[in-house]
Design a protein around this ligand. Structure first.
Ligand code: AHR
Length: 499
């Protein structure tokens, strides 16, 4: 048994909780769209072909924004293929995933689906095979009220009101050699600047995201952000970060400490963005859109998951089955995102359904929650008000990948309006850890909810056959004299709601 102390101080406010950090991502990849959220003929499907069971789970997940339509897919995508009468939509080769895109589902379907799910749509434009003109066309189609060729086309296609999409990504992972249209930072920066300045001529209130690095391990990391931001600073609001983590070679300790890489990633990008800001003598800071993050067993995909022959429609790709340990890492990555709410203003769990998703479906069959569903849904539900940075007194352990890692990590949110608070904790230890949380400064009177995600087998998962094998369990948390005492199980993620 180990021990840790968490001390909460209301003067240590970071920033308001940014609802957009509870975003997700829908890409035309594998079965995310087709047989994921869209499956005409499914017993729960509505008249648009949207699966009702998936919509209900997405609402329960508490997703704020959804990035669409990619990902690598967007770099070869022609948005016009996905609008208008279904019978006239062309079938195309998708080079990113070696698949065949039927275009049955496109922008108007996505926007309609988002309204039903209660999510804000966020679009990416293709800067891989396309440029300024096509981005402007898409913007006119999506957002202009009417009276122009493309806005009237949208009206004729059945959507009278503009979609009013606020956040736009200027391409996707253009630093990655795998990307269709992969470019140097200077080439991409020039194209992104031209595209962004033209889009802002249409609407200066748009929020635009320049592509940052596809991971902190990219050889161009740091220099890429500097060059891109020097070219685009006046026209963009965010720079993106993407990060995926997995357990390598049975090294659970390093895997559980993955958030240390996310922290390094965020802090390095903030330092680079601020360097450019001062160099260019600008007032306005650039925010981070962490618009792809998750656990992804990418090595399995690289080794044997890729399609090299044939062009299948909606093949099963990237269908990782998540364990309790994976979910603990997802919960700890959310703690890190919250701790950086002053600069991380938007984030997208990649992805939403079937493709490295918290929700799985069977075609014609049920939908169920993966282990990673629980920390996401609970954090999105309980984190309100302002993020507070607590002082965490804990031991550390040595990791092969991240140096010394704290055994316990925590973040607090406090809602002055309702007088409620939430504490989110991760225990990376293989032992139970007794934590004393000094919340005297919050003036709360009791523990309303105390939930933990843990299992005697940290590799336990939910499956089609056992959809409820893992989930949240109540944990005993007692508040006495301003101190909450709680026992965190080994390898666990825990949430406490206080009021
Ligand atoms: O989310 C899966 C893929 O990961 C996305 O298409 C791409 O942007 C990233 O490399």
């Amino acid at each position: 048994m180990t021990t840790a102390n968490v001390i909460v101080d209301r003067s240590q406010g970071v920033a308001p909780v940014q609802r957009r950090i509870f975003g997700s991502f829908v890409e035309h990849l594998g079965r995310c769209v087709y047989t994921g959220l869209y499956e005409p003929g499914h017993p729960t499907a509505d008249e648009h072909g949207f699966r009702g069971d998936v919509l209900a789970l997405v609402r329960e997940l508490g997703v704020s924004t959804i990035r669409y339509p990619g990902g690598n897919f967007v770099s070869g995508y022609r948005w016009e293929d996905g609008v208008g009468p279904l019978a006239k939509r062309p079938r195309r080769l998708d080079l990113a995933w070696h698949s065949l895109e039927t275009n049955e589902f496109g922008l108007d379907e996505f926007a309609r689906w988002c309204r039903l799910a209660g999510c804000e749509p966020m679009l990416a434009v293709n800067l891989g095979t396309r440029g300024v003109a096509e981005a402007l066309d898409l913007l006119e189609y999506a957002n202009h009220p009417g009276g122009t060729a493309l806005s009237e086309q949208r009206v004729a296609n059945g959507t009278a009101e503009p979609h009013d999409i606020r956040m736009w990504c200027l391409g996707n992972e253009m630093d990655g050699p795998w990307q269709v249209g992969h470019s140097s930072a200077a080439e991409y920066g020039a194209l992104a600047a031209r595209t962004a300045s033209a889009m802002k001529m249409v609407d200066p209130t748009l929020e635009l995201v320049a592509c940052g690095s596809s991971g902190s391990g990219m050889p161009t990391f740091g220099e890429w952000e500097r060059v891109v931001l020097e070219a685009t600073y006046d026209h963009v609001d965010y720079i993106s970060c993407h990060a995926y983590y997995q357990e390598h070679d049975g090294d659970l300790g390093s895997f559980l400490a993955s958030s240390l890489d996310m922290e390094y990633f965020i802090e390095t990008v903030v330092a680079t963005a601020d360097h450019v800001r001062h160099k260019l003598r600008k007032e306005r800071p650039i925010a981070i859109s962490f618009d792809e993050w998750n656990v992804w067993y990418q090595s399995r995909f690289e080794d044997s998951g890729k399609i090299t022959e044939g062009w299948p429609v909606a093949p099963a790709l990237l269908e990782d089955v998540y364990s309790v340990a994976d979910a603990v890492v997802v919960g700890s990555l959310l703690i890190t995102l919250l701790k950086h709410s002053d600069r991380v203003r938007s984030a997208s769990l990649a992805q939403l359904v079937n493709v490295i998703g918290p929700i799985m479906t069977e075609p014609g069959g049920p939908a169920w929650r993966q282990a990673t569903f629980f920390p996401f849904a609970t954090t999105a539900r309980l984190a309100t008000g302002v993020v507070l940075m607590p002082r965490v007194e804990t031991g550390t352990y040595a990791t092969g990948r991240h140096g010394a890692a704290p055994l316990v990590d925590a973040v607090v949110t406090h809602d002055a309006e309702t007088g409620s608070a939430a504490v989110f904790l991760v225990n990376r230890s293989l032992e139970t850890t007794v934590v004393r949380i000094d919340v005297a400064d919050l003036g709360v009177g009791g523990v309303r909810e105390a939930l933990t995600l843990a299992d005697a087998d940290p590799y336990a998962t939910n499956t089609r056959e056992q959809p409820d094998r893992v989930g949240l369990q109540p944990v005993t948390a007692v508040l006495t004299d301003g101190v909450v005492s709680v026992e965190l199980p080994p390898v666990s993620w825990t949430a406490l709601a206080l009021a």
